[in-house]
Design a protein around this ligand. Structure first.
Ligand code: HEM
Length: 509
């Protein structure tokens, strides 16, 4: 009796789920929008789930599919959630810029009560995002980045020692660069000398080096978190982010703040600026740490901890991967490498052989090389927005409803021959002052675009330029045959990472 009861319950449940997905997956058809047939349950992201294809490549294929059909957008599903992939630059620029107020948010689960780390700037929504972004923006001005440059350059000493140990062997350059960028970001975000380059097994690198990994389990968890009402998540005290990581960094920040406030320590880093935001609600170009009466909103210690962790997570892998790809291109194009080295040596001579902020800014060809590499090897290849206010797509009757996700496939745009002829060719000349002017608005978006553009753009760029400048000034890089070409991406990595790594030979000059 009981077993037949269970049988009917299970059958009814399975039928209900089936019908629910069938109904959800008819959304674009009902709206008369061109769409790609979804698979049951997974929608159009089954290949990511099965670890077959990186999300960026999957959406690049969808971009080409809809574009070849003359569509400016096309309908897809991530599990049951409807998404639009955009192929038209004017529409993309509306979403990013002109009609930003309809697309303020990203997609992501937030519950600051049970999961404080979910309240990071990347995830924050609506008014809260605007408040925090406005507060944090002054920490990323050119002046502030210039102030931190010295701290960054100091890390090149340990980097040289690290690279010199590998002169007679193939070097997995991405792995070395991760140690370099982790030391840099730990130094400027936490004011901590993490010494990952000396000891790669310390907590900064070892325990939390893979936070941006997206395993199948994480995908399922995200699906559940985004499908279940928030009150259930709060009630059950569930979280997506790593509690150990939160505890580790919270302690680091708490100890640091106490130490600096007690001893009035001034250091040129983000932590100093975050302490100012906690105590004064504004960042000043001085050593002041103490409270004054101001009616500006102050950051709480929890908010400043979360944002410091965000800088750490957002900063080290993106920069390391960007540099690795640029070095791969330079190893494959020795003529470009020689020309770049010549420019670097000429400028360094002007500054007594020292790498300076001003010098890096003068290296025009270095900037062109980086920009072209970021086009060809965009490390954040898919940019997402969530519709916050119903939006009628200009020139059509289609209305994008609130909570619909919009996908902007940066990699696909960067490889579109309409904007970049022979896209597979590595050609820094595309970014010469003259040629750059011909690139259409929103056809170059390695850091995103609009009010939600990467807040760490200047920092990420200078960190990357510094790394390339340093390596090319001291070493000749050539390709080691351990590198698997053509490059395939690790599916589980959010930031593009080559399967098997990029292996180079380094020759000291
Ligand atoms: C080469 C290095 C980097 C690359 C390629 C990169 C790329 C990106 C991209 C593509 C976005 C999404 C933009 C959009 O949706 O329009 C983004 C957002 C963001 N990035 Fe970066 N990033 C880099 C370095 C950094 C660094 C160093 C930091 C912090 C110190 C950082 C912090 C952030 C944050 C907080 C956001 C979310 C901003 C918001 O929603 O207001 N990034 N980044």
């Amino acid at each position: 009796m009981l077993s037949s009861y269970i049988f009917y319950v299970v059958i009814s449940l399975v039928t209900a789920i089936f019908l629910y997905f069938k109904w959800k997956h008819s959304y674009w058809k009902r709206k008369n929008v061109d769409f790609l047939e979804p698979e049951f349950f997974f929608g159009n992201i089954g290949d990511v789930f099965r670890n077959k294809q990186h999300r960026t490549n999957l959406f690049a294929g969808y971009y080409r599919h809809f574009k070849s059909r003359g569509q400016k957008f096309g309908g897809l599903y991530e599990f049951q959630r409807p998404q639009l992939v955009l192929t038209d630059l004017e529409l993309i620029s509306n979403v990013f810029q002109k009609d930003f107020l309809h697309f303020v948010n990203r997609v992501g689960f937030i519950n600051e009560e049970t999961d404080p780390l979910s309240g990071n700037l990347f995830n924050l929504k609506d008014e809260k995002w605007k408040i925090v972004r406005t507060m944090l923006t002054p920490t990323f001005t050119s002046g502030k980045i210039k102030m931190m440059f010295e701290t960054m350059v100091n890390c090149t000493q340990d980097f040289e020692k690290l690279l010199d140990k590998s002169l007679n062997e193939p070097v997995n350059i991405g792995a070395k660069l991760l140690l370099f960028t982790t030391d840099i970001i730990a130094s400027v975000a936490f004011g901590v000398d993490a010494k990952c380059m000396e000891n790669p097994n310390n907590d900064f690198r070892n325990k939390f080096g893979n936070v941006l990994e997206t395993s199948t389990w994480k995908l399922i968890k995200t699906f559940v978190f985004m499908s279940v009402p928030k009150w259930i998540i709060t009630r059950l005290n569930l979280r997506l982010s790593d509690k150990r990581m939160e505890d580790f960094f919270s302690k680091v920040v708490k100890d640091l703040v106490e130490y600096r406030e007690k001893n009035n320590v001034y250091r040129k880093d983000f932590m100093h600026l975050l302490i100012q935001l906690k105590n004064m609600g504004e960042t000043l170009d001085n050593e002041k740490l103490t409270n004054t009466t101001t009616n500006k909103k102050h950051l709480t210690i929890q908010e400043m901890t979360v944002q410091a962790i965000t800088f750490y997570i957002a900063g080290f892998e993106t920069a390391a991967s960007t540099m690795s790809f640029a070095l791969l291109e330079l190893a494959l194009h020795q003529d470009i490498q020689d020309r770049l080295r010549k420019e670097i040596h000429t400028v360094l001579k002007k500054y007594d052989g020292k790498i300076t902020y001003e010098g890096i800014m003068e290296m025009e060809y270095l900037n062109m090389v980086l920009q072209e590499s970021m086009r060809k090897n965009t490390v954040g290849g898919l940019i997402t927005r969530s519709c916050t206010k119903a939006y009628k797509i200009p020139g059509t009757d289609v209305i994008i409803e609130p909570n619909t996700e919009v996908q902007i496939p940066a990699t696909a745009i960067h490889w579109d021959p309409e904007y970049y002829p022979e896209p597979e060719k590595f050609d820094p000349e595309r970014f010469s002052a003259k040629n750059k002017a011909n690139i259409p608005n929103c056809a170059y978006i390695p850091f995103g675009e609009g009010p939600r553009i990467c807040i760490g753009l200047r920092f990420g760029k200078i960190n990357t330029l510094l790394g390339i400048c340093f390596i090319i000034s001291k070493y000749r890089v050539t390709l080691n045959n351990k590198t698997r070409l053509p490059i395939e991406l690790i599916v589980s990595k959010f930031v593009h990472t080559p399967k098997g790594g990029i292996w180079l030979n380094l020759e000291k000059l």
